[in-house]
Write a new protein. Sequence first.
Length: 302
Amino acid sequence: GKEVVIANAVIAILTIGGQQLFSFFTFSCPCHVGQNLIYGLAFLGVPALILLIVGYALNNQTWRLVTGKRSHFEKVTSSNQLLKCKLVCFVLCSVTGRALVAPVTWLAVTLINGSYYVCAMSEYVPVYYYGADPNVTTSERSRILAAFPCSQLVPPELIRARDEVILLLRYQSQVAGWLLIAVVVITVFLSYCLASCFSPLSFLHFRYWSSYVHNEQELFDEATEQHSRLYAMQHVRKFFGFVPGSEKVKEIRIPSLREWQAISGLAFLKRVDQEHYDYSLLHDWALKERANGKYLRIDEDP
């Protein structure tokens, strides 16, 4: 839908801006044999991996897919197992597609920029691009090539060879970046085409279904907020003796030390029977204890 497209565009723009700032303030090639490759690949791959994990973590479908599924799968019959696996694979592919927006953008932008690739691959340039004495040892040649990304470390007689090497590496990096963009665009387009071809719904029916799902989720969220607030209000009123926000409070309840201790501390979701849970310590107290104890009347005209 349009919201997904806009969200992906915003993510891509933020990733491009972040990559430019990240490169400007933090990237500095070590220009040393054996370190260039590790440093360049780290700047290429690690941020992309982090963005991928963040993309998974920020997608609600990820948590819908994994939360509470262990006990659910134990009850699934063998006849429904295949259908359940197909649904999980479909949702996982959808979540992965959304999560890949930022890391793919990062990789594409960094490859088109070329700085990381030049740093990582400078010492592996074919020897015929090196214009010095052919009798130089392999280790010395690698040391000189590794220094090419840092112009201040290159001897004057190798400036031309250095420029040729940098141009070659930037060419390779930018071609790889544009190929990555082309592959991603074609893959996304074909995926949408295949999904539309195998959809059991017509075009307008699919738009109606999308609108229904969106509206249902909004209404469900509103009902969840109101239901949970009303349910929690009953437990709070039992503990304190009044409803928060009430204008006419005639008396309040004074909880005992034991009751304060009962609702304080840490607690996990507690299962009380086959169908119900206690959501908090206050919830557990309200269902088990009677609201006896000391009450204090409130003067309405202080």
